[in-house]
Write a protein that binds this ligand. Structure first.
Ligand code: RFL
Ligand code: PHB
Length: 392
């Protein structure tokens, strides 16, 4: 077995792990990232696209924002479509903020390049499995890489290893878990076509939710509510376009721009939070600690918000030996997590068709959407959450 050591051992090279490692580097703190997948896999997994104002500012501040500023698209609002009509939520007017459309895997490429250019250590193909010395001042992570067993000894271990990771199961059984599974999924497609809209469109329809998003001037991202147990084979390209046309149609004849489908996938929708997010020298950040339904576009943004709080706590510890900011990590991070959880569930409940829901509930959805789009106070409340202006 080969052994090495660092100050902070990070498991997972997703947004949480990469941003944390770089924030620590900027504070002069050494870290090592263990990532089970290859660099090519990590850099090509299609996931999120919406970056909150705060995430954009952080990426710029740490030196990872150049390409995002050149290639990303700033959106100052979003459209809500229901009853065949389109309403705009103006972020600028209501919050003075905007969001950025820039694909998660492009953020990942930029962060990996930055980490490697600044002397960072990322072990790809390194799968963490077990831990030792968790009750001591020097916990260690056992991992396999190229068939060999290795051990990384650290001061702190941070699980940025996503929902299916290995760090959360190492927490004591008494931890609390809050979970909700929604009775629907999203069918996501990537399309080779020009943008159909200058801003995202969230659509409510009797047949279910639809979303028009974008990736670049030539590649678009769209989603359709579906049964989470659907087989992709049931969704021919023709059926996908027919549903998108129906669910997005307006009284004035708007149609999405079609093109070659580059990719299709189905994701289940769930909410999950574990409390606390720390135990001794183990910490959780990002999807390892919480999952939100994608309707609020918050997952990546929460991952980045978590590690900002954690990096501040670790920096204080290494600067002064004070441990109170670190001890407050979980409580601080969870306040934002629950606010984002609430917003994501609110958006989900306004737009999705609940199987077997009666017409009464559908009318309530339309009443709520009407209120959000017509009352300036309600519009502002939604816009604040969307751009990431959560309370303390
Ligand atoms: P990640 O990105 O899942 O990274 C975890 C990494 O850990 C590695 N790993 C291990 N490595 C070593 N040893 C082990 N034992 C390991 N186990 C796991 C994995 O290989 C992986 O590389 O977690 P992180 O960093 O917390 O980031 C979370 C975000 O990726 C996620 O919340 C977002 O993608 C969610 N999300 C969205 N978030 C937004 O903020 N805005 C959006 O517009 C948005 N849209 C979405 C989304 C997620 C979606 N899906 C696919 C669920 C749209 C969709 C469809
Ligand atoms: C995306 O572009 O992937 C996206 C946009 C908005 C969401 C979720 C995903 O709410």
């Amino acid at each position: 077995m080969s052994c090495s050591s660092t100050q902070v051992g990070i498991i997972g090279a997703g947004p949480a792990g990469l941003v944390l490692s770089h924030l620590l580097h900027l504070e002069g703190i050494d870290s090592v990232i263990l990532e089970s997948r290859t660099r090519a896999e990590v850099e090509s997994t299609v996931r999120a696209g919406v970056l909150e104002h705060g995430t954009v500012e952080l990426l710029k501040a740490i030196g990872a924002g150049d390409r995002m500023q050149r290639e990303g698209a700033e959106h100052r609002g979003v459209y809500f479509r229901f009853g065949g009509e389109t309403h705009r939520i103006d972020f600028g007017e209501h919050t003075g903020r905007s969001i950025m459309l820039y694909a998660q895997h492009e953020v990942i490429k930029d962060l990996i390049a930055l980490r490697l250019a600044t002397g960072g250590t990322i072990h790809f193909g390194a799968k963490a499995s077990t831990f030792a010395g968790l009750d001591t001042a020097k916990p260690s992570i056992r991992f396999t890489a190229s068939g060999d067993e290795n051990e990384l000894t650290c001061d702190y271990v941070v699980g940025c290893d996503g929902y299916h990771g290995v760090v959360r199961p190492a927490f004591p059984r008494e931890r609390k878990e809050f979970a909700h599974t929604f009775p629907f999924g999203w069918l996501g497609i990537l399309v080779e076509a020009p943008p159909s809209s200058d801003e995202l469109i969230y659509a409510h329809h009797d047949r279910g939710f639809a979303l028009v998003s974008t990736r670049s001037p030539t590649v678009q991202r769209m989603y359709l509510q579906c049964d989470p147990h659907d087989d992709l084979a049931q969704w021919s390209d023709d059926r996908i376009w027919a549903e998108l046309h129906t669910r997005l149609e307006t009284k004035d004849g708007w149609k999405p721009k079609t093109g070659r489908l580059l990719q299709k996938s189905i994701v289940a929708m769930r909410s999950f939070v574990t409390e606390p997010m720390q135990h001794g020298r183990l910490f959780l950040a990002g999807d390892a600690a919480h999952i939100v339904p994608p309707t609020g576009a918050k997952g990546l943004n929460l991952a980045v918000a978590d590690v900002q709080v954690l990096a501040r706590g670790l920096a204080e510890f290494y600067r002064s030996g004070r441990t109170d900011p670190l001890a407050g990590y979980s409580a601080t991070a969870l306040r934002r997590v629950w606010q984002a959880q609430h917003f994501s569930c609110w958006m989900t409940s306004m737009f999705h068709r609940v199987p077997d829901a009666d017409p009464f509930q559908q009318r309530l959805q339309l009443a709520q959407l009407g209120h959000v789009c017509s009352s300036p106070a309600a519009t502002r409340a939604l816009a604040e959450c969307y751009v990431g202006l959560f309370g303390p």
